[in-house]
Design a protein around this ligand. Sequence first.
Ligand SMILES: [Zn+2]
Length: 237
Amino acid sequence: MRSALCLLFLAWALPAQTHPTLTFDTQAGPLKLTAIRHASFMLEAGGQVVHVDPTGAGYEALPKADLLLITDTHGDHLDPKALGAARKPAAPVVAPEAAAPRIESPKVLHNGESTTIGPWRIEAIPMYNLKRGPKEGAVYHEKGRGNGYILTYGGFRLYIAGDTEGIPEMRALKNIDAALVCMNLPYTMTPEEAADAVKAFHPKVAIPYHYRGSDLNAFSAGLAGSGVTVKLLDWYH
Ligand SMILES: [Zn+2]
């Protein structure tokens, strides 16, 4: 009985789930990033909530989104059930055209297009494989299907790579304050390739995400001495 009571107390005293966070300073006040899992994260700023690629369980317990961004059609990025649980009624969902049929009232952005929603400026950036695919002559992510994004809040430019290799469009980015950079094989790139691409556009801060099974030490080592600050969060807690 006593141990059962003890367990009950523990269950009450511990938060249901704690997710790692980072907070950035912007001209409009703090911007907080919360790593949910793999490619799924939440941003909070100025009383607004943004969910990016919400997937999996637990969204009922998180703040609901005023804005959502979807990068691609694959299940680790587009999960209609999680999206429904994360969305405030009528909150805009920005998505590539390929993902639109599985989203209620989407706001479609194609690569190269941009829009402003409330305090958020959203630019759709290409994301695609240069060479990796399920078989010869095919790629996992075709050019034009998915969107990476630059999300600007209070002058702070956050780059969300999506699933991509180190494409020229990424390497040519300018004035990025923080970059969420994917890696993992066979779908995107190695940590060494990711570090090489990051060096080319030189964000102030690089945050590996979507890195399941990758060696983050290799990513950090690749950027040693570059002046890019690497921030590691546990996305698989
Ligand atoms: Zn993915």
